[in-house]
Design a protein around this ligand. Structure first.
Ligand SMILES: [Zn+2]
Length: 149
């Protein structure tokens, strides 16, 4: 079994379980892989070495906004998400505002592939996207920001 980190064209991240990489490619080509949140079928595999842009995007909605009966689930989900973000933080190098430059260097093989995190402006993000350089937008909750460096 292989657990793949997947993302749809709307930026929803989710996990997919497949027998192998080939099984994933086959199912994807057959339109059998879809986003559990929006049903989107434009699904891409996320990079093993993540590039996190922490500079753009809005705060994630607080779990308090969830319906009463969903509150427990939402809090649990929020907790899982926080853990996942912390793990990503631990596995990436903070390159600060050199993020766009570093992501480009990694993409073009000028430096060794590694996970990075940092800030890119809206313009830099747009330029990266135009060059086909995939980066993840991560909106950090304020609580987590304070515990980072
Ligand atoms: Zn989606």
């Amino acid at each position: 079994m292989k657990v793949l980190n997947l993302q749809c064209s709307h930026g929803h991240g989710f996990e997919g379980w497949f027998a192998s990489n080939e099984a994933f490619e086959t199912q994807l080509a057959g339109g059998l892989v879809e986003c559990p949140m929006c049903g989107g079928k434009e699904v891409t595999k996320m990079l093993s070495a993540p590039r996190l842009n922490l500079g753009a995007g809005k705060e994630a909605p607080a779990p308090e906004q969830a319906q009463q009966q969903d509150r427990h689930d939402a809090a649990q989900q929020h907790g899982r998400w926080l853990r996942a973000v912390r793990e990503l933080m631990a596995s990436t190098e903070d390159v600060g505002d050199r993020f766009a430059d570093e992501a480009r260097k990694i993409h073009y093989g000028e430096v060794k592939e590694r996970g990075i995190r940092g800030q890119a402006t809206r313009e830099e993000s747009a330029a990266l996207a135009e060059e086909g350089i995939a980066v993840m937008q991560v909106a950090l909750p304020a609580a987590l920001k304070e515990t980072l460096q």
